[in-house]
Design a protein around this ligand. Structure first.
Ligand SMILES: Nc1ncnc2c1ncn2[C@@H]1O[C@H](COP(=O)(O)OP(=O)(O)O)[C@@H](O)[C@H]1O
Ligand SMILES: Cc1ncc(C[n+]2csc(CCOP(=O)(O)OP(=O)(O)O)c2C)c(N)n1
Ligand SMILES: [Mg+2]
Length: 320
């Protein structure tokens, strides 16, 4: 089954208005922003990744969803699966602690289980945030809004490719893959201005299409405007192939915001070193997603980003 099919089925269960029809990254209940993301060995991290970086990543990917809604971290519940390797598990918790301390996220509780020997590691975290004066949804985009990317794209996917070639790889791209930085302060600064906002976790093109879909609009993206880091360009160049890789690789934990054209977020006093780039706009007409480079249209790549899909089609009876 595909992730989208599962969520479609879940929509019939999640009928509370707070669930926002499962059409956003978070739920919004009584002034709280709620999100839950899991990470699994072989799916979100490599067996060779350090335990502390896995703990950090679990917290960071959840905080990124709060950042996308401009929320302030208020608390977390951790789902911990002990692997039987005590040193690994302790180091994992060091990583969880470091990220919680860095972003002022109090751990409030959770659950602990032990995995059967050799089972892949899977962890979950529920992050709870306090909503700001406005919570920008995926669905709030207006025709004419400018699309802004906050943070660089493609670093993590490039880091993962380096690690696949050589698990001993190091450097800034590997660091972004292992220890993503949630853009909490930027999300808080932009939320009051944005008609729509979300974090980019599955790939810019897929997430931009989701924002356009939720807003009943079309997204136009200038592939040349996608923000790339110096490390990314040094590794892969800034040509069209590299840019499409950056726009579809996912795991970025950047933000995508739709902001009215008459507001210039570059005028805000954003934290120094912030990368923020005007990458396109939302329009009323046209295909759901259109790409261009210079003045020329660019055909959409086959895969716009990462979507989970189960490999097994074995019926339940065969699984026992
Ligand atoms: N197993 C699940 N049970 C209930 N809701 C789910 C489940 N999986 C995903 N969702 C909901 O579907 C929506 C989309 O999920 P997802 O794509 O994972 O969001 P994000 O990329 O922001 O983490 C969210 O509202 C999420 O809460
Ligand atoms: C070992 C490994 N293989 C592949 C990837 C790439 N990858 C896995 S999940 C994902 C997208 C984000 O994960 P998801 O579970 O969809 O998070 P969410 O969108 O729910 O925040 C990407 C790009 C990875 N991070 N690690
Ligand atoms: Mg999720």
């Amino acid at each position: 089954m595909r992730e989208a099919q599962a969520i479609q089925r879940l929509r019939r269960i999640a009928t509370s208005p707070a669930a926002l029809g499962l059409k956003d990254d978070t739920a919004v209940l009584d002034g709280l922003v709620l999100t839950h993301d899991s990470i699994a060995e072989g799916v979100h991290f490599l067996s060779t990744d350090t335990a502390a970086s896995v703990g950090w990543k679990l917290v960071a990917v959840n905080l990124s969803d709060l950042a996308g809604k401009g929320a302030t971290p208020a608390g977390a519940l951790l789902s911990l699966a002990l692997s039987g390797d005590d040193a690994w598990d302790m180091s994992f918790l060091d990583g969880v602690e470091a990220a919680c301390e860095s972003y002022g996220l109090p751990l409030l509780g959770g659950d602990t289980i032990a995995l059967p020997p050799g089972a892949p590691r899977v962890f979950g975290l529920t992050a709870i945030g306090r909503a700001g004066e406005r919570v920008p949804l995926r669905s709030g985009g207006k025709a004419g809004d400018v699309l802004w990317a906050i943070g660089t794209l493609g670093d993590s996917a490039a880091g993962l490719e380096l690690l696949r070639l050589d698990p001993a790889s190091t450097g800034p791209l590997v660091d972004v893959y292992r220890r993503p930085v949630p853009l909490i302060a930027l999300g808080q600064a932009l939320a009051p201005l944005a008609n729509a906002m979300m974090d980019v976790s599955d790939g810019l093109l897929l997430d931009a299409m989701r924002m356009a879909e939720a807003s009943g609009l079309s997204a136009e993206i200038d592939i040349d405007a996608i923000p790339l880091s110096r490390a990314f360009i040094a590794e892969r160049s800034g040509d069209l192939t590299a840019r499409l890789f950056a726009a579809t690789g996912g795991d970025d934990y950047a933000l995508l915001a739709a902001i009215p054209a008459d507001i210039d977020p570059l005028r805000l006093s954003l934290p120094s070193g912030t990368t923020i780039a005007r990458i396109g706009c939302l329009v009323a007409e046209g295909p759901r997603l259109a790409l261009s480079s210079g003045e020329s249209p660019v055909p959409l790549p086959e895969h716009l980003g990462h979507e989970h899909r189960s490999n097994s089609s074995a019926p339940m009876a065969d699984r026992s």
